[in-house]
Design a protein around this ligand. Structure first.
Ligand SMILES: [Cu+2]
Length: 474
């Protein structure tokens, strides 16, 4: 473990002996020691021990960067560097990130804080950091060539500004962006309000993560950086289900979840069992008159969304992107739909031509999650995740909100699977099945087809499971 957070925090209060009205370059001659993290686990909230107090966030499969106070300035040190990120147990990716992880650590400050961020470039190419959504002097905006020269490999730059606006932000390079974001360079930023804010309610749990995507060939370690849209790994904070930690809360908690989208497509994020309102974006808190209840909110490219709700229903509630191919891991895209195609009988013949051919997809793809087929080393299963009732048949952008009556305040540990009260689970019907009553359409001919159109009937063959050979034509 190279987690030196505690060391830095305790050392931070030692402070600087000489007080000065303004910070000179001499006063900041010594950089704060960079704090590194080598674990992809969700770290407990970093309770502020210096500076103004606030209610800290929890970064899903991530952590908050400690700081030091230097004559009233909050100093952070980010190191841009190649990292090995465990995206799921048994699957590691060679990414670029900050301070040992991708995404980089979350930065938490308070509205009105003067913030100084040292950025050291240990990448093989130039970089910069853009502070997405912040009000700041133009020269601190981090756009290479436009507002600053690039940070060359081996160099350190200093960014300094006052966190003027409370809210939900992110940071990422503005230099060779397509490569550097495809490699995982990004991080979260939260500016907490300095006092009670009329549009920012206090919450008991505050989770943050970034939506990101990678294109890594099965068996490979490094993302393909020229991919524009056809990514094959859809991740939250560079983790894919079942590698994404659950969000564990106490029943009755007021919960906030903040998400930022740095992929190349939109993600409709869906929560089961509860309704929420969108209480903020990267543009700030939303006016109360604009809030309505939702169970899904779309997070478009380059957007951030902050949702609030009361977790008042006990259970294990799915929380995921509603694009169904975003809850799957790397797979071949060119698999034909084989549902209903009975080809078990001919697989021997096919094997003479294609030795590796296997029967798949005949009854849907759910079987794939339990199939023990050989996959290359360092490859995440397409879908899986063992739940209390078998495989969850999910991958990618999927997690679980665990609501428990006996979860202690401030406890973020996994309470295990929900024990459903007797008689509250869906169950198998074992009685007799009546014939379904078919609805006879009485409409449909108000606009009959013109005679020019072919009168030829098109027939679709439907074969139902269990109804061997039974065809039903329409
Ligand atoms: Cu998605």
């Amino acid at each position: 473990m190279t987690n030196r957070r505690n060391f830095l925090l305790s050392g931070a209060t030692a402070g600087v002996a000489v007080a000065a009205a303004s910070v000179s370059k001499a006063a900041m001659a010594a950089l704060p020691e960079p704090v590194l993290q080598d674990s992809p686990d969700t770290m407990p909230p970093l309770i502020p021990s210096t500076g103004r107090h606030y209610n800290p966030v929890v970064t899903l499969n991530g952590w908050t960067l400690p700081w030091r106070m230097n004559q009233g300035v909050k100093e952070f040190h980010l190191v841009a560097e190649p990292v090995v990120r465990e995206m799921a147990p048994g699957f590691k990716a060679h990414l670029w990130g900050y301070n040992g992880q991708s995404p980089g650590p979350t930065i938490e400050v308070v509205e009105g804080d003067r913030v100084r961020v040292f950025v050291t470039n240990k990448l093989p190419e130039r970089t910069s950091i853009h502070w997405h959504g912040q009000r700041l002097p133009n020269g601190m905006d981090g756009v290479v060539g436009l507002t600053q020269p690039a940070i060359e490999p081996g160099k350190t730059f200093v960014y300094e500004f006052v966190a003027r606006r409370p809210g939900t932000f992110m940071y990422h390079p503005h230099a060779d962006e397509m490569t550097q974001m495809a490699m995982g360079m990004m991080g979260f930023w939260v500016t907490h309000p300095k006092a009670k804010h009329p549009l920012i309610d206090e919450v008991d749990r505050d989770f943050v993560f970034l939506l990101n995507a990678y294109d890594i060939e099965p068996g490979a370690y490094t993302p393909k950086i020229m991919t524009m849209l056809d990514f094959n790994l859809w991740s939250w904070n560079s983790r894919i289900f079942p590698g994404i930690d659950s969000l564990n809360v106490r029943r009755g908690d007021r919960v906030r979840i903040r998400m930022g989208n740095l992929t190349m497509t939109n993600h409709p994020i869906h929560l089961h069992g509860h309704e929420f309102t969108v209480t903020g974006t990267d543009g700030g808190p939303t006016p109360r008159s604009t809030r309505w209840w939702e169970v899904t909110t779309d997070v478009a490219v380059g957007q951030m969304r902050q949702i609030d709700f009361v977790a008042d229903e006990e259970g294990d509630w799915a929380f995921h992107c509603h694009k169904s191919h975003h809850t799957m891991n790397a797979m071949g895209h060119d698999v034909p739909t084989m549902i209903g195609v009975e080809h078990r009988g001919v697989v021997g013949e096919i094997n003479k031509l294609i030795p590796d051919y296997m029967v798949m997809g005949e009854r849907g793809m759910g079987d794939m999650s339990e199939m023990e087929m050989p996959i290359p080393d360092n490859t995440a299963r397409m879908m899986g995740g063992e739940g209390p009732f078998g495989s969850v048949e999910m991958g990618g952008m999927f997690s679980v909100l665990k609501v428990r009556a006996n979860q202690r305040r401030g406890d973020y540990s996994d309470p295990g699977w929900y024990r459903h009260p007797p008689g509250t689970n869906a169950f198998e019907w074992t009685g007799s099945l009546p014939e379904p009553a078919r609805f006879a359409s009485e409409g449909g001919r108000s606009m009959p087809p013109s005679r020019k159109q072919s009168p030829r009937e098109i027939e679709v063959q439907i074969r139902k499971p269990g109804a061997a050979g039974g065809h039903e034509g329409h």
